[in-house]
Design a protein around this ligand. Structure first.
Ligand SMILES: Nc1ncnc2c1ncn2[C@@H]1O[C@H](COP(=O)(O)OP(=O)(O)OP(=O)(O)O)[C@@H](O)[C@H]1O
Ligand SMILES: [Mg+2]
Length: 288
């Protein structure tokens, strides 16, 4: 791990304008040329994201998306060597964190008591994704950490690979998918065989959504690579090529069978037969 990137002075100034001076900066993540801080002042708290080097393009694209997303407030600019933006801090746990009591697993009635609120949050995540789709957007990089469960609903973050179906054109020359483990087989096939630019779809989002929920519930990626003879340390290109075959079985661990029974067909069906995010939410909502 190298040093955390310094926050650009222009970004700090923008945060101070929104939050009130002085602002306290807390380092959240800094990887692959993308740093995030929580900035808190007397008035409010914002997230500051700074894309530099290899991460600059991604952040510049994300700004273009955030600018167009309904209900999103963003201030952005360029600093020497990068692009930054400031947006309201979303207070609440990630989907991964919401599922912690389920993964930790109690017994008997306690277990059911743990699961009920988590199931409700899973439904809310599906509805947040459906709301995005209903407005013509595809997220493109759904992950266990990209849903924030706030008091006023689940909010999605990290829109670097998002695009609006109405515009018809992707914003990138090359797309390799988000987390490889959550890339839908048809998308993995397209990435593997080309041509670029590859474009994620609402249907590939739903695969990733089901994969997120599966991963959060089981603590394991959805596919059983070992059963398919794929070594755990294989690189992303080979892993994607294997996913593209659509023949890797699902992981056999079933800590929450009823929940996983709803997700399984979504992860195993082709894009045409896959539920929508709304249908997935409804199916989960009807679990006893
Ligand atoms: N608006 C926000 N409100 C609350 N937390 C945020 C916000 N934006 C980012 N974060 C936090 O910062 C982390 C990193 O943000 P984000 O995923 O956008 O950055 P990233 O550099 O693209 O990360 P990765 O490449 O790992 O996906 C998130 O997982 C979340 O914890
Ligand atoms: Mg991210």
């Amino acid at each position: 791990m190298g040093e955390f990137a310094p926050c650009p002075a222009e970004a700090l100034k923008a945060a101070e304008t929104v939050c009130g001076r002085p602002v306290e900066l807390t380092e959240i993540t800094d990887r692959r040329g993308s740093a995030v801080w929580r900035a808190t002042g007397a008035v409010t708290t914002v997230a500051v994201k700074y894309g530099y080097g290899e991460g600059e393009e991604n952040t510049a694209r994300e700004v273009a998306v955030l600018d167009q997303l309904s209900g999103c407030t963003v201030t952005a600019g360029r600093a020497a060597g990068g692009t930054w933006y400031v947006t309201p801090w979303l207070e609440g746990p990630s989907t991964w964190k919401v599922f912690a009591p389920v993964r930790d697993g109690g017994e008997g009635q306690g277990r059911q008591d743990d699961r009920n609120p988590v199931l409700a949050e899973a439904v809310r995540l599906c509805r947040a994704v459906d709301d995005l789709h209903a407005e013509g957007w595809v997220h493109g990089d759904l992950q266990p950490s990209h849903g924030i469960h706030t008091d006023t609903g689940v909010k999605l973050i990290d829109f670097a690979w998002s695009w609006h179906e109405g515009t018809g054109t992707p914003l990138w020359p090359t797309f390799h998918g988000g987390i490889t483990h959550l890339v839908a087989p048809e998308l993995a096939a397209w990435i593997t065989d080309g041509p670029q630019p590859v474009v994620p779809s609402a249907r590939s989002d739903v695969y990733a959504l089901a994969g997120v929920l599966w991963t959060c519930a089981t603590g394991r990626w959805p596919l059983d690579y070992t059963a398919a003879g794929i070594r755990p340390d294989v690189g992303p290109a080979k892993r994607r090529a294997a996913i593209a075959t659509g023949r890797i079985p699902l992981d056999s661990a079933t800590p929450w069978p009823e929940f996983q029974d709803v997700l399984r067909p979504v992860l195993l069906s082709g894009p045409e037969d896959r539920l929508t995010a709304a249908e997935l939410g409804d199916a989960l909502a009807s679990l006893p």
